[in-house]
Design a protein around this ligand. Sequence first.
Ligand code: F6R
Length: 599
Amino acid sequence: MCGIVGYLGQKKASDVILSGLHKLEYRGYDSCGITFYSEKKDTFITHKDQGRVRHLEDDFDYNHDNHLAIGHTRWATHGEPTQLNSHPHRSADGRFIIVHNGVIENYHEIKVKYLDNVTFTSETDTEVIVNLIEHFSKSLQISEAIRKTLSILEGSYALLILDTEHTNRLYAAKNKSPLLLGVAENGMTMASDVMALVGHADHYIPLEDKTYTEITATNDGFVYDMVDVIGKPIQTKMIKMDLVTEEIGKAGYAHYMLKEICEQPSVVRKIMNRYSKNGVFHIDENIIQALSSASNIHIIAAGTSMHAGLIAKHYFEVLAEIPTQVHIASEFAYNMPLLGEAPFFILISQSGETADLRACLVNLKEAHHPMLTVTNVGTSTLAREADYSLEIFAGPEIAVASTKAYVGQVTVLLILTFLLSDKKMFDLNAELSKAAVSMEAIIDNRDYVRQLVKDRIIKTSCFYIGRGIDYYTCMEAALKLKEISYIQTEGFAAGELKHGTIALIEKDIPVVAIITQEHISKNTRSNLQEVITRGAKTITISMKHVSNMKDDIVLMDTHELLTPLVSVIPTQLIAYYSALNLGRDIDKPRNLAKSVTVE
Ligand code: F6R
């Protein structure tokens, strides 16, 4: 949550920051701001306000040469999204300027202990950090003052700091919130996400927790120095940039979400390629060994990733025959259940930065439990800190509502469980290929779904019903519809409806049924009949082998275990077109952010 970007180099810094903020806006978009050093005026200029980056650009004064700047796009935690609470923040005496992603837990104690006589202008915890640096700078060198501040801060932070007395330097620090240093001969860029480094860096370094970085423009070029809180140099790992500009554009689609929905068949094919050699699937033998010796598996995740975990639970139990439980990360972190004799943990996270999951990871690490992270970001915190990690290779997912990452997670976990299974019940290569073709068929037919949505989905509420893995898909379908259209939606176990919730069904309430599993298709159809009798407007999504003449969306067959990969596609399209009809901000729905780095 919140995106930060900073630049010191030969390019015009404000251009790098504004384009970086656009790319980071998915992380939060309540308000944004930028501070740059104007060489002409020999002063630091700040623009910040409520609202989006494009709004900031409207009033931006571009007539300044500048090569040093920091910027921020905010998802409000402490203080409402107002101009005053927007970042950057300046210390009371004006010397230091800061942007911050994260939450400082002991900000109140710090205020009382060190900053009694400071007048604060915002309600943010960030203003405490910048004033604490100022406080220590009165008696210490700047690097010592920042490191002293870090030793006191509790919580999460990625910080970029400007010192108005040193216009050739950019300072940074990090703990728990992501921060990368992009390295190029003509300048250094720092950002929360690799996307903001595209076009400005050849390599990048993911910063370690509790570290301090100083970038300096010298006569010989741009240099960086990375140390821990006590000033000891640390080892860094330089990674080659492999993202290109095309991968982060909309490629002609009206929204990132539609682009990402359409990319899903190729995500499945890419994963097949990445995890196989000469047609034979392969996953790190250490992971297979560790899972094989587990008595039971605990999957931990949040939101859409948790729904992918539910499908994976089915795979672990059917294919690998290992008892598996799925936990909501924010619950597991503070209410750990009984774990079993030799438990193994799988953390699923698109971003690899979700704070609720990190809280679980810290607890599990302390207890020396083995852990695997399944993520779309191989360099993310959760990937680095778990014992093992598997990447889903879905490519950057920019729409806040997750689509292709979900399909990527399910696909990778299917391959993993398939490799753990003794039986090899089917040809995975052939079935995944069939699933990709079936996904393509419904994507190509999306205008039909658009029409269906126009006829049947109303504004106020909606139900998805299904049984078994279809029920899990219903939960994901409901989340997608509510988060981008704001229509209240429930994903319900079809058979459970009659135990109370059916009281909500009345004339014209939309109910979407998902039917893909032969052994329970008749039961779901009976439940569908029960709502039709009570006046519901229904949409039926089925796979061909269990379809009826009157079904609205009939999907091409694949093996029953793979149907969630296909049946989720029409539900994503239903969500997309419902939101489009209602004029919603599809890629940036209200109150949300892509990477949830607060608990
Ligand atoms: C919904 C969505 C969220 C995320 C959740 C976990 O479309 O994207 O529910 O799935 O916030 O995020 P990650 O997967 O990054 O841990």
